[in-house]
Write a protein that binds this ligand. Structure first.
Ligand code: B12
Ligand code: SF4
Length: 458
């Protein structure tokens, strides 16, 4: 039996067009969901994982599969439906799962034979059994997996060409921020994989650099932090010679021992959601951890960087409190905090979030011709009606934010500070130039976007 597992191409132009920028190799990440599904698949299935981000194959000349499984974030939904139609036209059954299928069940059911909602660990074997017997159901629900049931992902199945490997060590997040779908999808309970299992899987990763995809690697409670320390000790003891990057909340900075252990275990960078420069903004987003009164972000960032760990700061533009000038304001505050890179995104109502419910009830979802408009749900387009900023204005704010933060003088300042602090100036330079190289591309993308909107209104 032949199974294709497909990751549809990503509509983010700067990620897809590998040849447009040599930095893009560092922005194409492995589709871990499909590697986990492959890990759950019994040996009688011959599996091929197709990641369209490395190039869209000619499916017509490939051997005929018995079943096709497609994953998709919301922004990939349209391409997912095109792929589904291609295989269905040849009578091949198509199953779709992942975040979009879970949050938009009715829509997805129109395009595929079968939908799997939730996490797949408890249900995938049943789907395969039914596919073998030609009796696929229209819907399966995996719910939340038992953490012990997460298999070793099949790191051997994807072609080389990626700069980073990927692994997941925890699932779930109790914080349920308004704009994020993680709690709705993976649940509020923080589930941690066993440390020996994580080490075993780490050893299967070929790449030197690894992305730990956990939404918050260290968790929120003292027992979570204690487990993170155990994990870091085990990673250091295993001498894996890997360097890794992770996501965490700002409390990562609160524990010196944790930081020292992380650095020793190979942590080279951390992605932190600061989200808004103001307390009102943080309250609006429900970003509880950043709201602690005594929190000094600048000192927190400095503590992390002292351990030679890069800090990428993420901010959101388009909150109800955001007024003209917010772009420059964010760039300045990110500079003041001392982050190495700034990643600013538009406030986007993703299906399944509290923000979606709110903006929908207020009739503020502007790009709402679905499924076509899902391609704009990359957080890099203004898809809503913002309180104080028109669509044109918010795009200008975004460009102004990037132009300020990634001006040559600011980049050189950061490189100089990095040199002065005996950190890694070359990495600071390279990562900043990578972001800077996208400003020109983005301006063009926004021009096309505005044109599309105008044509739509005429
Ligand atoms: C790693 C990651 C990335 C990587 C992508 C890696 C990749 N190619 O998959 C990078 C950094 C590139 C990225 C980019 C983006 N991301 Co992202 N990302 C994640 C993150 C943190 C982990 C995903 C992961 O690997 N999980 C581990 C795997 C094992 O779990 P899983 O994917 O859920 O898969 C399980 C089930 O869903 C199911 N399943 C999944 N697919 C299928 C298919 C079938 C057939 C079946 C049966 C089951 C099944 O089975 C799996 C095992 O249980 C998630 C948050 C999260 N917790 O999921 C956000 C998340 C998926 N990202 C999100 C977003 C918004 C984005 C961006 C749009 C944002 C941006 N501008 O940066 C882009 C869009 C990229 C695109 N493709 O268009 C949102 C998606 C929401 C949505 N409705 O689409 C999430 C949920 C975070 C959030 N804040 O809400 N992301
Ligand atoms: S943004 Fe981060 S902290 Fe907030 S719910 Fe999502 S994963 Fe949790």
């Amino acid at each position: 039996m032949r199974l294709y597992l497909i990751n549809p191409s990503n509509p983010l132009i700067r990620i897809v067009k590998l040849k447009e920028s040599r930095w893009n190799r560092y922005r194409v990440w492995k589709p871990l969901s499909l590697m986990v599904l492959a890990g759950l698949t019994p040996p009688e299935w011959e599996i091929s994982i197709v990641d369209e981000n490395l190039g869209v194959p000619n499916y017509a000349v490939m051997p005929r599969p018995d079943l096709v499984g497609i994953t998709a974030f919301t922004s990939q939904a349209n391409r997912a439906y095109e792929i589904a139609a291609h295989f269905q036209n040849s009578g091949i059954p198509v199953v779709m799962g992942g975040i979009h299928a879970t949050m938009r069940l009715t829509e997805v059911m129109k395009h595929v034979n079968s939908v799997v909602t939730g996490e797949a660990e408890s249900i995938w074997h049943q789907v395969l059994k039914d596919a073998r017997h030609d009796c696929l159901k229209r819907r399966y629900d995996g719910g939340l997996a038992e953490i012990k049931d997460i298999p070793l992902a099949r790191h051997d199945l994807l072609a080389s060409g990626y700069a980073f490997g990927a692994i997941q060590t925890t699932r779930g997040c109790p914080l349920n921020c308004n704009f994020c779908s993680v709690t709705a999808f993976n649940g509020a309970r923080y589930r941690q994989r066993s440390i020996p299992e994580v080490i075993k899987e780490f050893k299967l990763i070929r790449e030197k650099y690894v992305l730990l995809v956990d939404d918050n690697l260290i968790g929120t409670r003292s027992n979570h932090i204690a487990r993170a320390k155990e994990l870091f000790r085990a990673l250091a003891q295993a001498h894996l010679k890997k360097e890794w990057f992770a996501q965490a909340t700002i409390n990562f900075a609160d524990d010196e021992e944790l930081l020292a252990l992380a650095a020793k275990a190979g942590c080279r960078g951390v992605f932190i959601g600061f989200e808004s420069p103001t307390q009102e903004g943080l309250r609006e987003l429900g970003k509880k951890f950043n709201l602690l009164k005594e929190r000094d972000f600048r000192a927190s960032v400095r503590r992390i960087k002292r351990h030679n760990i890069l800090v990428v700061g993420s901010f959101i533009i388009g909150l109800d409190v955001d007024k003209p000038g917010i772009g420059k304001n964010i760039a300045q505050i990110a500079g003041h905090y001392g982050v190495d890179n700034l990643n600013a995104l538009f406030l986007t109502p993703l299906p399944g979030t509290k923000l979606w419910d709110q903006l929908k009830s207020e009739e503020r979802i502007a790009l709402n011709t679905f499924p076509e408009d899902w391609k704009y749900y990359t957080l890099t387009f203004p898809v809503a009606r913002y309180n104080h900023l028109s669509s044109d204005m918010i795009i200008e704010e975004m460009l102004s934010c990037d132009r300020h933060f990634y001006s040559m003088s600011q980049i050189l300042r950061r490189v100089w500070v990095s040199l002065w602090q005996l950190r890694k100036p070359v990495i600071t330079l390279v990562s900043n130039l990578a972001y800077r190289s996208n400003i020109r591309l983005n301006s063009q993308v926004y021009k096309d976007f505005k044109l599309q909107l105008r044509m739509r209104h005429n």
